[in-house]
Design a protein around this ligand. Structure first.
Ligand SMILES: [Zn+2]
Length: 106
């Protein structure tokens, strides 16, 4: 998995979450961007719904105090997208909470 992000701390966290989710070896390029604050969402993922290999994905995360749990949540969606393609919000919430607790605090 190739993770790109201008913010070094966000990139490091994304790599850590990819390892916890065991998707670090997947053939995915993930580009992470800051989501402008006026957006009502905390974050979202944009990717081609049909492609399953060599996928290029863009993730948008609001850089507020919730940023790492949002990042963890969206990383679960990355795994869902590259496995069965089903976006399970309950799994995303549950695993994001767990991973964020495991992860070193910034
Ligand atoms: Zn979600």
């Amino acid at each position: 998995m190739n993770i790109l992000c201008n913010n070094e701390k966000m990139r490091d966290k994304a790599v850590e979450f990819a390892n916890l989710l065991d998707i670090q070896d997947s053939k995915v390029t993930l580009n992470i961007f800051r989501l402008p604050h006026p957006d009502r969402r905390q974050g979202f993922l944009d990717y081609p719904k049909k492609a399953r290999i060599n996928m290029y994905m863009e993730m948008f995360v609001k850089y507020n105090e919730e940023r790492y749990i949002t990042l963890a949540h969206e990383m679960v969606h990355v795994r869902q997208a590259i496995t069965d393609g089903i976006m399970d919000e309950i799994e995303a919430e549950t695993l994001a909470y767990r991973m964020n607790n495991i992860s070193d605090k910034p």
